[in-house]
Design a protein around this ligand. Sequence first.
Ligand code: PNS
Length: 166
Amino acid sequence: MAQQQTGVVAIYPGSFDPITNGHLDVIERGARLFDRLIVSVLRNEAKAPLFTIDERVEMLRETVAPYPNVEVDSFNGLLADYAMRREAGAILRGIRAISDYENELQMALMNRRLQPGLETVFLLAGETFSFISSRLVKEVISLGGNISGLVPPLVEQRLRARIQLQ
Ligand code: PNS
Protein backbone atom coordinates (compact mmCIF):
# COMPACT_ATOMS: atom_id res chain seq x y z
CA MET A 1 0.00 0.00 0.00
CA ALA A 2 1.40 3.37 -0.98
CA GLN A 3 1.40 5.56 2.08
CA GLN A 4 2.74 9.06 2.39
CA GLN A 5 5.01 9.97 5.23
CA THR A 6 2.41 12.54 6.17
CA GLY A 7 -0.22 9.86 6.97
CA VAL A 8 -3.02 8.08 5.18
CA VAL A 9 -4.33 9.74 2.04
CA ALA A 10 -7.76 8.70 0.74
CA ILE A 11 -9.46 9.42 -2.57
CA TYR A 12 -13.21 10.05 -2.65
CA PRO A 13 -14.03 9.58 -6.36
CA GLY A 14 -17.30 10.26 -8.12
CA SER A 15 -19.26 12.11 -10.78
CA PHE A 16 -20.51 14.80 -8.37
CA ASP A 17 -23.00 16.18 -10.93
CA PRO A 18 -23.56 18.06 -8.66
CA ILE A 19 -22.34 17.54 -5.08
CA THR A 20 -25.21 16.81 -2.68
CA ASN A 21 -25.46 17.01 1.10
CA GLY A 22 -25.06 13.22 1.09
CA HIS A 23 -21.63 13.61 -0.54
CA LEU A 24 -20.81 16.40 1.91
CA ASP A 25 -21.66 14.15 4.85
CA VAL A 26 -19.19 11.53 3.54
CA ILE A 27 -16.56 14.24 2.99
CA GLU A 28 -16.95 15.64 6.52
CA ARG A 29 -16.67 12.23 8.12
CA GLY A 30 -13.88 11.11 5.77
CA ALA A 31 -11.89 14.24 6.62
CA ARG A 32 -11.95 13.17 10.26
CA LEU A 33 -10.88 9.59 9.46
CA PHE A 34 -8.00 10.31 7.08
CA ASP A 35 -5.03 12.64 7.26
CA ARG A 36 -5.78 13.93 3.78
CA LEU A 37 -8.83 13.45 1.60
CA ILE A 38 -8.78 14.06 -2.15
CA VAL A 39 -12.27 14.48 -3.62
CA SER A 40 -11.82 13.70 -7.29
CA VAL A 41 -14.21 14.10 -10.22
CA LEU A 42 -14.13 11.46 -12.95
CA ARG A 43 -13.36 13.14 -16.30
CA ASN A 44 -14.00 10.29 -18.74
CA GLU A 45 -17.61 9.46 -18.05
CA ALA A 46 -20.06 8.32 -20.71
CA LYS A 47 -23.25 9.92 -19.36
CA ALA A 48 -24.21 13.46 -20.44
CA PRO A 49 -23.61 15.62 -17.36
CA LEU A 50 -25.57 18.76 -16.38
CA PHE A 51 -22.41 20.56 -15.22
CA THR A 52 -18.98 20.56 -16.89
CA ILE A 53 -16.01 19.12 -15.03
CA ASP A 54 -14.73 22.63 -14.28
CA GLU A 55 -18.11 23.69 -12.87
CA ARG A 56 -18.29 20.59 -10.68
CA VAL A 57 -14.74 21.08 -9.44
CA GLU A 58 -15.50 24.73 -8.66
CA MET A 59 -18.68 23.86 -6.69
CA LEU A 60 -16.76 21.18 -4.78
CA ARG A 61 -13.90 23.58 -4.00
CA GLU A 62 -16.29 26.20 -2.64
CA THR A 63 -18.16 23.59 -0.60
CA VAL A 64 -15.09 21.97 0.99
CA ALA A 65 -13.26 25.25 1.64
CA PRO A 66 -13.83 24.94 5.44
CA TYR A 67 -11.93 21.63 5.58
CA PRO A 68 -8.16 22.21 5.52
CA ASN A 69 -7.23 18.58 4.82
CA VAL A 70 -9.62 18.18 1.88
CA GLU A 71 -8.43 18.81 -1.69
CA VAL A 72 -10.45 18.75 -4.92
CA ASP A 73 -9.04 17.28 -8.12
CA SER A 74 -10.20 15.44 -11.26
CA PHE A 75 -8.92 12.30 -12.93
CA ASN A 76 -8.94 10.32 -16.18
CA GLY A 77 -8.60 6.60 -16.69
CA LEU A 78 -8.41 3.94 -14.02
CA LEU A 79 -9.10 4.97 -10.46
CA ALA A 80 -6.55 2.41 -9.19
CA ASP A 81 -3.79 4.03 -11.31
CA TYR A 82 -4.80 7.52 -10.22
CA ALA A 83 -4.75 6.43 -6.55
CA MET A 84 -1.17 5.23 -7.00
CA ARG A 85 -0.15 8.46 -8.73
CA ARG A 86 -1.58 10.41 -5.78
CA GLU A 87 0.10 8.02 -3.29
CA ALA A 88 -3.26 7.21 -1.73
CA GLY A 89 -3.74 4.16 0.46
CA ALA A 90 -7.54 4.12 0.41
CA ILE A 91 -10.59 4.82 -1.68
CA LEU A 92 -13.57 6.24 0.19
CA ARG A 93 -17.14 5.53 -0.93
CA GLY A 94 -20.53 6.07 0.64
CA ILE A 95 -23.25 3.41 0.71
CA ARG A 96 -26.86 4.55 0.97
CA ALA A 97 -28.82 1.35 0.64
CA ILE A 98 -28.43 -2.32 -0.16
CA SER A 99 -28.99 -1.40 -3.82
CA ASP A 100 -25.64 0.46 -3.83
CA TYR A 101 -23.83 -2.52 -2.38
CA GLU A 102 -23.58 -4.84 -5.37
CA ASN A 103 -21.99 -2.29 -7.67
CA GLU A 104 -19.72 -0.99 -4.93
CA LEU A 105 -18.58 -4.53 -4.08
CA GLN A 106 -17.69 -5.18 -7.72
CA MET A 107 -15.75 -1.94 -8.01
CA ALA A 108 -13.91 -2.48 -4.72
CA LEU A 109 -12.88 -6.02 -5.69
CA MET A 110 -11.80 -4.92 -9.17
CA ASN A 111 -9.77 -2.06 -7.73
CA ARG A 112 -8.17 -4.43 -5.24
CA ARG A 113 -7.28 -6.81 -8.07
CA LEU A 114 -5.81 -3.96 -10.12
CA GLN A 115 -3.92 -2.57 -7.16
CA PRO A 116 -3.52 -5.05 -4.31
CA GLY A 117 -3.26 -3.22 -1.02
CA LEU A 118 -5.45 -0.32 -2.12
CA GLU A 119 -8.27 -0.53 0.42
CA THR A 120 -11.81 0.67 -0.22
CA VAL A 121 -13.42 2.10 2.90
CA PHE A 122 -17.22 2.44 2.99
CA LEU A 123 -19.15 4.88 5.11
CA LEU A 124 -22.86 4.28 5.61
CA ALA A 125 -24.83 7.36 4.61
CA GLY A 126 -26.44 9.19 7.51
CA GLU A 127 -30.19 8.41 7.79
CA THR A 128 -31.05 11.97 6.71
CA PHE A 129 -29.12 11.55 3.48
CA SER A 130 -29.79 7.97 2.46
CA PHE A 131 -32.39 8.87 -0.19
CA ILE A 132 -30.43 11.71 -1.82
CA SER A 133 -28.80 11.28 -5.21
CA SER A 134 -27.58 13.84 -7.76
CA ARG A 135 -29.92 12.28 -10.33
CA LEU A 136 -33.04 12.67 -8.16
CA VAL A 137 -32.11 16.20 -7.08
CA LYS A 138 -31.84 17.23 -10.76
CA GLU A 139 -35.15 15.55 -11.59
CA VAL A 140 -37.00 17.18 -8.67
CA ILE A 141 -35.72 20.70 -9.34
CA SER A 142 -36.37 20.43 -13.08
CA LEU A 143 -40.00 19.52 -12.29
CA GLY A 144 -40.40 22.47 -9.92
CA GLY A 145 -39.91 20.62 -6.61
CA ASN A 146 -38.21 21.92 -3.48
CA ILE A 147 -34.60 20.75 -3.07
CA SER A 148 -33.56 22.95 -0.15
CA GLY A 149 -31.58 21.00 2.42
CA LEU A 150 -30.61 18.38 -0.16
CA VAL A 151 -27.64 20.23 -1.65
CA PRO A 152 -25.39 23.05 -0.36
CA PRO A 153 -26.99 26.50 -0.91
CA LEU A 154 -24.41 27.52 -3.53
CA VAL A 155 -25.23 24.37 -5.51
CA GLU A 156 -28.97 25.05 -5.27
CA GLN A 157 -28.40 28.52 -6.79
CA ARG A 158 -26.34 27.07 -9.67
CA LEU A 159 -28.92 24.34 -10.26
CA ARG A 160 -31.70 26.94 -10.45
CA ALA A 161 -29.70 29.04 -12.90
CA ARG A 162 -28.82 26.02 -15.05
CA ILE A 163 -32.34 24.55 -15.13
CA GLN A 164 -33.85 27.95 -16.05
CA LEU A 165 -31.41 28.27 -18.96
CA GLN A 166 -32.43 24.93 -20.43
O1 PNS B 1 -20.39 8.99 -8.59
P1 PNS B 1 -20.27 7.68 -9.31
O2 PNS B 1 -20.76 7.83 -10.73
O3 PNS B 1 -20.96 6.56 -8.59
O4 PNS B 1 -18.69 7.32 -9.36
C1 PNS B 1 -18.23 6.18 -10.06
C2 PNS B 1 -16.69 6.13 -10.09
C3 PNS B 1 -16.11 7.44 -10.58
C4 PNS B 1 -16.17 5.85 -8.71
C5 PNS B 1 -16.27 4.95 -11.02
O5 PNS B 1 -16.97 5.05 -12.22
C6 PNS B 1 -14.78 4.93 -11.34
O6 PNS B 1 -13.97 4.71 -10.47
N1 PNS B 1 -14.41 5.16 -12.62
C7 PNS B 1 -13.03 5.24 -13.05
C8 PNS B 1 -12.70 4.16 -14.10
C9 PNS B 1 -12.29 2.89 -13.41
O7 PNS B 1 -11.35 2.83 -12.65
N2 PNS B 1 -13.04 1.81 -13.71
C10 PNS B 1 -12.88 0.55 -13.05
C11 PNS B 1 -13.42 0.66 -11.63
S1 PNS B 1 -13.73 -0.84 -10.94
